[in-house]
Design a protein. Sequence first.
Length: 117
Amino acid sequence: VQLQASGGGLVQAGGSLRLSCAAPENLYRPNVMGWHRQAPGKEREMVATSTMGGGTKNYVDSVKDRFTISIDAARMTVDLQMNSLKPEDTGVYFCYVRTWGPRLEYWGQGTLVTVSS
């Protein structure tokens, strides 16, 4: 299963970027989609997740009120709108989708976000 992520790039602090990710539309029983990131020299961390219907969303504290996750369940896409970016948001962002029955996870290849001060 291939997920295609796009939208990374270089932006100045305070700027915005929008990441997009597409999973196969015929994926069996998708349950959650989301984004993780890995900063240089750090562990990968969850950034934002959402159930397919959008009813439950979770964010890491450091991005609350700045990032917004949205899902188009019919198209199997997940977007991450990132505003008021900070240098500490720099990293490789990975999208993923989790299925249920069986519980499986599929990951995208990662897209680099660089925020300059």
